[in-house]
Structures are given as structure tokens and as C-alpha cells.
Design a binder for this molecule. Sequence first.
Ligand code: URA
Length: 434
Amino acid sequence: MRAVDLIRTKRDGNPLGRDEIEAFVAGATDGSWPDYQLSALLMAIVLRGMSDEETAWLTEAMAHSGARFDLRRLPGLKVDKHSTGGVGDKTSLILAPLAAACGVVVPMMSGRGLGHTGGTLDKLEAIPGFRVDLSASEIVDALGEVGCVIVGQTRDIAPADRRLYRLRDVTATVESIPLITASIMSKKLAEGIDALVLDVKVGRGAFMKSVRDAEQLAHAMVRAGQLAGVRTEALLTRMDAPLGRGIGNAVEVIESIETLRGQGPSDLTVLSVLLAARMVLIGGRAETMEDAERQVREALASGAGLARFRQMVVRQGGDPAVVDDPARFPLAEGREYVRAPRAGYVTGLEAMMIGQAAAALGAGRATAEDRIDHGVGIRVLSTLGSLVRAGEPVLELIHRDGRGVKDASSLALQAIELGGAPPAPQPLVVGEIV
Ligand code: URA
């Protein structure tokens, strides 16, 4: 099968067969297809699209391009959650232990932050000693003992995606629903999970800006999961303002611990409980959503979720002293306040700019090679709907020796929107695909 023929087929708007898609993925994995032919086919896919069937074949071929976890020897259904990325989104840290406390096995493989969005692995590494690079056998042992792990993808998971994603990044071929679907879902399928809950973010701080685009992506991912035999469902949730009050790494872990103690901000608590309940339901531990939510709320109220989180930290080499006393997190010492330029109600806190401001302080990366500072970040002092006086602090910048403060202050100031009346309440969940 010649690469040029497959490129021509897709260029002319015709569907590819399963064997052709498998040949493309094999060529990406074993190096037999050069970058220029892979890139040409990627561009043809961006321009011509793929059917649900082609997308599912691509997803499965990529999932099979490397190692696949075999978690069958652990009893019960294995359920993961994936978010398409947001600002201040630390729900994974909260819901993995909550779902585990309700009897679901959660083998969560997460990523690192890039650009304005944070990454779960970076956040967890703010815990002194925490290891995200467990081996396959360590993952299985930890799952058997704790019920949840949060680790990085091992290098042998979906190697085809690694090569294709690098090419997509430099050939303007990231923005394609079939390619995004196959990239995300192939890595999830290789985890050996039985079920998956997707949190597809929509809004100004999200990858998908419109509900229509987010719905299309969610549909494609749910369909690809289901065709591969993994129970998959998706919630569409708003990402216009940061979730919760903390943005950064240690700052977000502290807020997650507070939430697991029942003292978290309401938007973060509501979304974490909802997603955890979905995992409990899809993982076969509850008959109805009401029952699942009741179990999760009980795990939160009783401290069972916090206890699981502490156990997970210990099992992954982290220092539990910071869980017991979050004041021990080594936050950077510098503080700068971004103040309201005039009096009014806070009607918007632009997530994208606040994410960029946190990255400017050193909490995030511009390129995959950048090092991050776990101790810097931003705290929201005046949340949406607050009435502020001129000069009142809205955002607190936590910085190290002034690094990035000038840029961060200017971005953060632009992120603050003030109005004469409180904003109309927006629903957090704007859709679901089950
Ligand atoms: N995240 C991924 O892993 N892949 C994409 O294509 C986009 C976001």
C-alpha cells in the first residue's frame, strides 16, 4: 500500500478503509512513512474530515501502536476521567480519590500543562517527593491497595500519537475533530479502562469556544470510545472564568485538599462531585445518578475521599505532612495585588488571560521543555458577582523575586471585567452526551 495513494484518496474527499488507516498508523510508528507524507495525510484529514467509523479505526490503530495496560486481574470496573483542559481545573485531584472511596478503580493517566492550561502531573509534583512515573507493576500494585493512581503516560503508550502530535503542532493540523479525538482517545483506550467520563470544556478559556464545536468533539469522542467497547460519556462544562479560586501548582493542590475537607469553593465542589458521581454510576457502583451523588457526598463529608488522597500521596512517594497541614507547602514569598480600576460588580474573569498570567509568573510553560515553579500562582480574591470598590484587590499574584510580575499584572488586569450589575448566573454544565 503506497502512502501517496492514501493521501490522494483523502485529498479527493473519499473515505479511507480500515486497512489503509492501519497502514498509515504503522508507518508513523515504525518510521517507514517520512514526515512529509504523514503531514500531507494529516492536512488532507483536516480539510476533508473523517466519518465516525474512520475516526474509530484511527483511534484503535493508534491505541494499538504501543503497549496496553492489562488491568483485568484487578476486580471491578476501571474508570478514568479526562478533561479537555481549563484554567484552575483541579477536579482530577479531588474526584479520583472520591470515586475510589466509592469502590471504583481509577487508573488515571494525566498530562502536563502547556500554554495557558495547567497539567495535573505538574500540580501533583508540587507535593514534595510525589512520583508520577510509576512502572506498570507499581501502578497495578498501587491500584490494588489504594484504588486510584494519578501517573504520567509511559513512553510506550500510543507512540504513534507522540510522532503525529509533534507533526500536527508544526503543520497547523491540530484543529481537527477526528485527529483530536483519535489523539486523546487512543491514549485513554491503551490504559485498559472499562469506562470513561469526559469533561469537554467550552468557553473563552477552553480549546473549544462554542457549544456547537464542543458538542461535535464530545460526540466524536463518545462514539470512538463506545465503538472500542469502552463505556464513554461526556459532560460539556463552562470554562470562561477559572474553576475555583487558585491557579498554579501548589496553590491548586492546597485548594484540592481544602475541597476534600469540605471547605472548597462551590463551583469546584459541585463539578468534582458531579464528575465523581458519573464515574461511580458508569463504573457500576450505583443504580441511579441520585444514589451515586449521595455516595460521593458521603465520601466527602466523612473524610473518606481525603483519606484516599493521603494514601495515594504516600503510595506515590509524596510527603503526607503537607496533606495534613497545607500551610507547609513551600509557596513563593512575593505578593502583588491586582486591583479593581473602578468600583463595580465583577462580571468576568477571563480564564485565558489569567492562565497566561500564571504562566508568566512561572507556573506554566510556553514550550514543552520549560521548567515550572510549583510555588507561584494566582488567587482569586473577588469572585464573579462580587461588588468591589475602586482599588480593592481582585487577584493576588504569588511570585518569586518579582519574576514575571510586570507581564502577569498587565494580563491579570485585562482579565478583570466590571459592570454595573451582577452577571446573570451561568449553568456550569451546558450539555451531556451519554
Ligand atoms: N490533547 C491531546 O492529547 N491531543 C490533541 O490532539 C489535542 C489535545
